[in-house]
Write a protein that binds this ligand. Structure first.
Ligand code: AMP
Ligand code: GLY
Length: 427
């Protein structure tokens, strides 16, 4: 079958590589893709918000499945667009419709969903401009630090954590007045601060059945020791040792099952990934957030551990037969290190020539912000490459990833040298 993958990051590169391995894959397209996906598939210059263009391309090229990488097209309703047109209905979309994507598109919707279905999460209340003074009073009932979340999509940057009541009040006022995050913070969720260790759990569901993918931990801050600005993610590890079977059993019974059941009860036919950001608070899992897609760079450590055929798994979801699929997970540890352009996540330069990719041994090079220029691969984004190492334990996986990372260079390359060190210290 012919498949179209939407997106251009490391996550989409991994999807491309995994799907290209499948015997059932005929033509594989990626829009817009990067220099790496161009080597495995055909890159197509399409905008992810141009549903009409995506539909026309798909019909013309007999695409039967579209795998949606990032959240924006899902929140904007790409699935609904295809389902509502009978010339497009035969094309399977991997990713939920607009109603399901609200789990990521609106923090208030997600919190109300969890509340309705008794899913453990931090206590919360939400406010808009008209209820600003109630919001300020609510803050006084909480203990510091204060967690404020813009309701809408804010590129992963919509969460503000304030150390004292005064700055929390100021931030709430700015957010509700649209001075921070624009329309995304017309509503703000204020929630109780949870103290614990974070991890991410990934679920794939066809709306009826679900499969749990390996858990992962990502490293969001730019600086070593988890300091500095938040980024899209600077590295990731899978599995996460502290997520042992006792903990994961709780995650399944208290969070995953009620989430999938809750979607059914709410008549939301959800087909796609659910990425659950969790806090382990003294051995009990609490949901911090839902995303309606895979994580980046978590995909770079989760999918290399999946031994089964991803395309066959996706295909089975069309007829709600996910339960009949093999889902074999490798026991190996995977670690990824993200190589970024100097200056990221603030301003950075593009167009630097990348050297050494072909010298990487015992590790996988996943392209993200790369482009091809003449015969060279150049930087074209903030997060440029992710290098994934595998091994029988975390130490070996990290050794392989860093040996690979050390082979690659360009002017102004930066990466964290401490990925996984906190987990090694726990072992
Ligand atoms: P989110 O965009 O919801 O994932 O939030 C970004 C980050 O803020 C999370 O990865 C956590 O580190 C932190 N965070 C969010 N909510 C809470 C909370 N209730 N308590 C403590 N930290 C939080
Ligand atoms: N790495 C976090 C995310 O994909 O949202």
């Amino acid at each position: 079958m012919n498949i179209l993958i939407l997106g251009s990051g490391g996550r989409e590169y991994v999807f491309t590589e995994k799907i290209a391995e499948s015997v059932e894959c005929e033509k594989l397209f990626v829009a817009p893709g990067n220099a790496g996906t161009a080597q495995l598939a055909q890159n197509i210059n399409l905008s992810l918000s141009d549903f009409k263009g995506i539909a026309e391309f798909s019909l013309k090229n007999h695409v039967e499945m579209i795998v949606v990488g990032p959240e924006a097209p899902l929140v904007e309703g790409i699935r609904d667009y295809f389902e509502s047109d009978n010339t497009l209905q035969h094309i399977q979309i991997i990713g939920p419709g607009k109603a399901g994507a609200e789990l990521e598109g609106s923090k208030e919707f997600a919190k109300n969903f969890m509340h309705r279905h008794n899913i453990p999460t931090a206590a919360y209340s939400s406010f808009d401009k008209a209820t600003l003074s109630e919001g300020l009073s609510y803050l006084k009932t909480l203990k510091p630090p204060y967690v404020l979340k813009a309701d809408g999509l804010a590129g992963g940057k919509g969460v503000v954590i304030c150390e004292n009541l005064q700055t929390a009040g100021q931030s709430l006022t700015q957010m509700l007045k649209g001075e921070k995050f624009g329309a995304a913070s017309e509503k703000v969720v204020i929630e109780e601060f949870l103290s614990g260790i974070e991890l991410s759990v990934f679920v794939l569901t066809d709306g009826e059945n679900y499969k749990i993918l390996p858990a992962a931990k990502d490293y969001k801050r730019i600086g070593e020791g988890d300091t500095g600005l938040n980024t899209g993610g600077m590295g990731a590890i899978s599995p996460v040792k502290f997520a042992d079977s006792t903990f994961m059993d709780k995650v399944e019974s208290k969070i995953i099952k009620p989430t999938v059941e809750g979607l059914k009860k709410d008549k939301i036919d959800y087909q796609g990934f659910i990425f659950i950001g969790l806090m382990n608070v003294g051995g009990e899992p609490f949901v911090i957030e839902y995303n309606v897609r895979m994580g980046d760079p978590e995909t770079q450590v989760v999918l290399p551990r999946l031994k089964s055929d991803l395309l066959s798994i996706f295909k089975s979801m069309k007829n709600k037969k996910l339960n009949q699929e093999d889902f074999e997970i490798s026991n190996q540890t995977a670690s990824t290190v993200v190589l970024v352009a100097g200056g990221y996540p603030e301003s950075y330069e593009k167009g630097k020539v990348i050297k050494g990719i072909e010298d990487v041994e015992n590790a996988k090079v996943f392209h993200a912000g790369t482009a091809q220029k003449n015969n060279e691969v150049i930087t074209a984004g903030g997060r440029v490459l992710a290098i994934t190492g595998m091994g029988d334990n975390l130490e070996i996986a990290l050794k392989n990833a860093y040996a690979g990372a050390n082979k690659v260079c360009w002017d102004d390359i930066y990466y964290r040298k401490d990925i996984g060190q906190d987990l090694l210290a726990l072992e």
